[in-house]
Write a protein that binds this ligand. Sequence first.
Ligand code: 3HC
Length: 694
Amino acid sequence: MTAARYEARDGLGWIVIDNPPVNAASHAVRAGLAEAIGKAKADPAASAVVLACAGRTFVAGADIREFGKPIAPPSLPDILDAIEGLDKPVVAAIHGTALGGGFEIALACHARVLSKDASVGLPEVKLGIIPGAGGTQRLPRLVGVPAAIGMAATGRMVGAAEALKLGVADAVAEEDVLADAARLAKKLADMPPRRTRDLPVPPFDPAAADAATVAATGKARGQIAPKIAADMIRLTATTTFDDGISQERAAFLKLVTSDQAKAMRHAFFAEREVARVPRLEGVKPRTTERVAVIGAGTMGAGISVAVAAAGIPVAVVEMNEAAAEAGRARVAGLFDRMAKSGRLSPAQHAAAVAAHSIGVDFEAAVGAADVVIEAVFEDIEIKKALFRRIAPVAKAGATLATNTSYLDVDAIAAVTGRAEDVIGLHFFSPANIMKLVEVIEGAKSDPSAVATGVALGKRIGKIPVVCRVCDGFVGNRILGAYRAAQDILLENGGTPEGMDRALEAFGFAMGPYAVSDLAGLDIGFARRKSLAPTRDPKRRDGGTTLDRLAQMGRFGQKTGRGFYRYVEGKRVVDPEVTALIEEVAREQGVTRKPVDDDLVVRATRAVMANEGAKILAEGIVPRALDIDVVYLQGYGYPVWRGGPMFEADRVGLKQILADMREVSALAGPGFEPAALLVELAESGGAFASWTKRN
Ligand code: 3HC
């Protein structure tokens, strides 16, 4: 089997790309295409050519696995020149997704027919690069400069109907895209090929192009590729096609080896790798046909909506009719918003609503479910009491999941008498939108129960990360560690606004104190109170300031005051808070010294990696990429840094260790460098290549 083949049929030449799973334009595809184009050119029986793909999709892009390595000829731009230069019309027949280099192949064809559910796009910026095979030069010639920026600088995909409207598609096939493409090819056979490169760039309003650029770059703070993509598209107005192509190629080749592109490629593959847990290899998930969710509060409603949206029947149970009624309203609101935002098509919306029910009959809902997800208040005694009720009612072989962000899944499992069925599923809020779910494997969880959590997560469109039990699992445990370090730096001499500024410049959408105000300081206060009896008094955790603010009723945005004051929705530095921080420092005998932005960033980065190293060494997760995915998907970590462990490797673990020692000196007990960090730093190792073999 060749990755691209040529055949003559019915007076037409057919070029078929066949490189499963997504027809990526690998070297084999490019070589096959070069040969096929040669045959098409020489074939007197072919008056025109259809270029199509086998399998589930049109070409989904260049082969990302080849990036960063020398490009073996023929290159994609050379292939596209050959296609565009053919003196017979070439029609692309597009099904599935034509993305990146795949869409660029289609743009070099002389016409495009899309199946009605196909979509096209230039998602390169999501990999930290720009199109490298003419996308920035051909697309604007078809759709105009502002629309091309709106696509290539954001990575947005457009569906067939929009593609037709924009002028990218010549036709949309209702039934059979190959038949329609063949018909169009025959129609065009007698005409000279319409070469995209020769089309004039439609006149455009520079203000519209500016606005499209600002919109695209605003959404991708810290990323370098979107602005470059927009600049390349703008070039089409001022230079020749050939010059534009060579500038695009040079920019592409430079970006492909950039740190941002490496980080974003890591993120792309890590997200796909994470659900393949070595120790679960070959373990079959249990059948899941029905789900029960206990509790219709914020989390229960969100989780149940995510399940129903995937077409899985879900019954939500509440304590009484009033609570069920409130839950129904909450769920209806979520469904409506998903329909309005286009996350659910009208048909999907109707199916999801039909798959969802809320009632008060605990026995009926739990007894019928293959997976029971408990989503009640985060209190271990309440959860244990509930699991004592669930265990005898749930059918044999049902998987019993607790949605918890901190609690000990083993302690909950212990009350059920069927600990092998119990797992944790830590969803993130809003649970119908956020993609991350930590799947918690208890000490006694049967592998098939864990695999069921993973499989269910995937079915409902989530990215499941399997981790073992520890306080806060991966995400909240690391969060706890670096927030404590930040709070200590705040006492030592920092300011909320200075530290937020430093971390926003690092790439977080919001700094830690702005986030605390948004989440509500009462939540952290309550948790600190519950942990107080077990807290080591000799260990600094920087929480006193937070406690005092909460005691003053400064709960954050919801009360108009927290670490900041909120004036018309804007955060404003509050001298009262500055005075409070200074007072707390005095009480603790701390002499405040200015904390510069660099220290804030280095300390945060080092503590994240340090706690991550402990998590790895303890076997909570087997690979550093698991931690990266948790942070990218659940905690707003900048994707162009690839995740906290990838970032630590980039900086170099020797430097991270030095930074950690500095943190340790500033923050005291509890912040010692982790043994694994020391070991890897001293041996010249990296997190990326370290795997816990269990
Ligand atoms: N290169 C190499 N491998 C790719 C790939 C690509 N472009 N796109 C997908 N794959 C692999 C995935 O890693 C995965 O491998 P695995 O099974 O070993 O994990 C497999 O194909 C299936 O992918 P998904 O699990 O993502 O399958 P989905 O059906 O969920 O999604 C998709 C399909 C929408 C095509 C999605 O894979 C995707 O978005 N791919 C990336 C598209 C992209 O970014 N293209 C641009 C590439 S850069 C480029 O073209 C540069 C050019 O301008 C020169």
